[in-house]
Unconditional design. Structure first.
Length: 398
């Protein structure tokens, strides 16, 4: 069965000087329009008025007619309209209590990007030409788009390391559901080992950040010695730090893609533990190692790939005692400090590897959930759902 999914294909490209200047102007105009619209909506909110996308679009038309903002006419209007749509989505997420109040975009810290819809680009025979440009982009085609498919949206961006990217969103008919199997695996994440599976397999933690820690520290000290400002030497030092961070992130992302693809292909049901990574990194001691492990990114990849290929991901509640529970007899240990890696159950005498035992318990909990339908999804994603580990038997009336 073919599953029609929207999939983004991201490529690097090398712009000409004219294209780089045009895109830089577009990035600046997108940021300006977004900030002005956000300021207008914030002021209206203070007056207890609601401003929607249509009203901000009318404001944009008026802004273009003024002398001080006439430069907005020099770039394509589509990225500017898309910026207003992104702001509308940000407010929708805020009112839906899924995100905080939208923030203003910063020239130095915010992502430099512009989004083009079909009316603002031309894609023919593998050549992509954006609005206001005479020549197509020189794209490095690391892989081809699906045959007979044209992008519906194109997003151009530049990262902190100065690299240019183009992301093409299109419907990929080549994504097919995998054959159904009866394989279920429990996955316990960690730091000594990135993953421990209920099968007993342990995936080593590559620790990508540690490999470049010395070079990164040297580059950061060099940057700290530069006088703050817009000097060329400081800009070069900043780009050097950004390139090291980009190299670390690329290696990490590549490893996670390979790992999650293998897990999804081999297993029908994947059981993981819901972790509050945002809270865990507040502990300064393991914060660097937790961030380098990228548990949240791993989970995100696992979930969307499972949706693509007809698999199921079950997230067990974070309070489930997977490490302290004996997977052989079900006895619960009194305490289990992190330094304890192996332990012996007092009830049945079985000696457990801490991580393997946790993965087995997660698998058992996931199987119970798939059979009885108890809610173990994270509370923050399914408000009101009671986890299986917290359900109580109904009280009998006297």
């Amino acid at each position: 069965m073919t599953t029609h999914v929207k999939r983004a294909f991201k490529y690097r490209f090398r712009p000409t000087d004219a294209q780089a200047a045009e895109l830089s102007r577009t990035f600046g105009c997108v940021r300006k329009v977004y900030n002005m619209a956000l300021a207008a909506r914030t002021e209206a909110w203070a007056r207890q008025e609601r401003v929607n996308y249509n009203q901000t679009s009318a404001m944009l038309t008026d802004w273009k007619k003024t002398e001080e903002l006439a430069y907005l006419n020099e770039v394509s209007s589509v990225p500017l309209q898309q910026a207003l749509r992104h702001l509308q989505l940000a407010f929708a997420n805020f009112f839906g209590k899924r995100a905080k109040y939208p923030r203003f975009k910063s020239r130095k810290r915010s992502r430099r990007s512009a989004e083009y819809t079909t009316s603002a680009f031309r894609y023919r025979d593998g050549r992509l030409t954006l609005a206001k440009m005479a020549e197509p982009l020189d794209i490095v085609w690391s892989r081809s788009l699906p045959e007979g498919v044209s992008p519906s949206t194109v997003t151009v961006s530049q990262d902190a390391a100065g690299r240019w990217f183009v992301s093409m969103l299109c419907e990929d008919p080549s994504v097919r559901s995998l054959p159904v199997t009866d394989t279920t695996v429990g996955i316990d994440v960690g730091l000594d080992h990135l993953l421990t599976l209920s099968t007993g397999e342990k995936v080593s933690n590559p620790r990508h950040e540690r490999r470049d820690r010395t070079a990164l520290a040297r580059a950061q000290r060099n940057l700290a010695r530069k006088v703050p400002g817009e000097g060329a030497n400081r800009a070069k030092a900043r780009r050097k730090v950004a390139r090291i961070h980009a190299r670390i992130a690329d290696r990490r992302r590549d490893g996670l893609h390979k790992l999650t693809t293998r897990l999804v292909r081999e297993n029908q049901t994947l059981v993981i533990e819901d972790l509050t990574v945002r809270t865990m990194v507040k502990n300064r001691s393991p914060a660097r190692a937790i961030s380098d492990a990228a548990w949240s990114e791993f989970r995100g990849m696992l979930e969307y790939k499972a949706a693509w290929y007809g698999r199921e991901v079950i997230a067990v509640d974070r309070f489930f005692p997977s490490s302290k529970l004996c997977s052989a007899c079900g006895a619960l240990a009194r305490s289990m400090p992190l330094r304890v890696r192996t332990w012996t159950c007092e009830g049945c005498g079985t000696t457990h590897d801490r991580d393997v035992n946790a993965a087995k318990n997660l698998k058992a909990a996931g199987l119970a959930v798939s059979v009885c339908g108890a809610g173990v999804r994270p509370q923050r994603r399914t408000p009101g759902g009671q986890p299986a580990t917290k359900q109580k038997s109904p009280r009998r009336e006297p």
